[in-house]
Design a protein around this ligand. Sequence first.
Ligand SMILES: C/C(=C\CNc1ncnc2c1ncn2[C@@H]1O[C@H](COP(=O)(O)O)[C@@H](O)[C@H]1O)CO
Length: 266
Amino acid sequence: MTTGEPKENRVVRARRKARRTEDERLLQAAFTQTDPWRVLRIMGEFVEGFEELAELGPAVTIFGSARVGPKDAAYAKAVEVGRLLGEAGFTIVTGGGPGIMEAGNRGAREVGAPSVGLNIELPFEQNVNPYVDISVDFRYFFVRKMMLVKYSQAFIIFPGGFGTLDELFEALTLIQTGKVRNFPVVLFGSEYWQGLLDWLAGPMLSEGKISAADLELVVTTDSPAEVRDRILASTDGESPEAGYEERSREATREALGREDRRPRTE
Ligand SMILES: C/C(=C\CNc1ncnc2c1ncn2[C@@H]1O[C@H](COP(=O)(O)O)[C@@H](O)[C@H]1O)CO
């Protein structure tokens, strides 16, 4: 059958279709026989990530849409946030891709702060953005996601899509369940996030899927300077909302009717 489409286009499309990422292979039922050996590859990726990132120093991670360009207002704000936090002594970590990730790395580069990109293998070709100075490549999303949390002291979340929401809710779940502590989550762009916040404070809260205290785990701002000040306050132990994470964890335990298993320190 002839489609009228130039042969070169068909070849490119066929090649694209044929390329499978490691994440995809792992998640496919057909590959269950090779999964035990795949674990070694996953371990290797953890080891490499730990080795590369262990010496980073205080860092914050900037998340947000991969789809915005330099003319987008959010891009300029993310550059400024990267710059201000870089000047304040933080390493800037991003997913290493385009859009808000690029903007955050760009801000860090402008002030000479360490600029880190944790790049992910995708089914289409992607280079790390040009403002990354330290880049680590990951094949598995879940390994990369752990590194994005482990080496960071705070998350700043710019407007974004599924990827960004995944990262936001990963952080909130880790805080709510006490897996990470003293970990500010700042939503940048009040207008964009308001709909989501209304839904959290509406159906999600009223149906008891979260507690009122959980809503305190995120703060929203439109000011890059406020992002910096909040993160500095938190890392200095002077957060105005001190205790907000504990309130969320306590509410989670109460909702589940569970005791606190951690040993008392006093
Ligand atoms: C889909 C496009 C580019 C994909 N490139 C990405 N490179 C690195 N990290 C990415 C990429 N896409 C998503 N991420 C991660 O999710 C967040 C952004 O996702 P969103 O769906 O765009 O909100 C980001 O923080 C990354 O960690 C070009 O369209």
